[in-house]
Ligand binder design. Sequence first.
Ligand code: SF4
Ligand code: SF4
Length: 258
Amino acid sequence: MSNNPAKPIPKVAVESLTGCAGELLVILDNLEKLVPFIRIMSFPFAQSKNEDGPLDIAFVEGSVSQPHDLEKLKRIRAKTRWLVAIGNCAVWGCVQAGSCSRCHADDMMHSVYGDTCKFEVMQAKPLEEFVKVDVRLSGCPINATQFLSVTASLLKDHLPFITHKPVCLECKLRETACVLIEKNLPCLGPVTAAGCGALCPRVGAACYGCWGPCQEPQMEAMATILQEKGYELDDVLSRLQTFGAPKELFTRMASEKN
Ligand code: SF4
Ligand code: SF4
């Protein structure tokens, strides 16, 4: 779009729901590479003057965890062509939907802020539970190279290709020794989506799944392997669920346990 002077410069917004601003920082850090090709309509984290109006691309970070998140998300969806869920909170719900799923959001808020707590909260959910999402870019936070490549595709009017192969593929490509086999570490790389460049295994640490599930993750096989290595099924389930993998993926494991 941007290379054709006959076409208007694409209008972009970078917005946040309930998240920690990890993606916003990654985008801010790479903004100068994009500024010649886009017009930033709104980026409240980075600028004080923000405009309303139709958008070509809206990048949205964070999960829907409060009623005003949902209102904001619907407003953004209504005015944008491409809605990009950025980061694991937006794509999977992340820790607030995974680790925190065993307790009620209201109870958590009251235990932290006491009986006078005035926040209105919902059980945290990813964007796709409420609106159509055009592109899902996992990561906690997102990888800058993946972000730039996704944006470049959208600026050319193409839906981007994003790999959903497991982290193991990146270990193989980097010739990193398998920490699951070689060190017996509880690595979740086999069921976690690639994209981080196998950040943890390449420094000898186990992947803990922060990119969310890969395509068709073999959860039962993962649980079996970790159990064979001496890890408790409860710990395995808790590790697998931490970053918001959908409940359906655990149904069979839970029934095998009972
Ligand atoms: S995905 Fe990770 S980095 Fe992004 S907002 Fe959520 S917790 Fe923060
Ligand atoms: S190796 Fe796993 S835990 Fe580490 S950054 Fe990549 S996806 Fe996240």
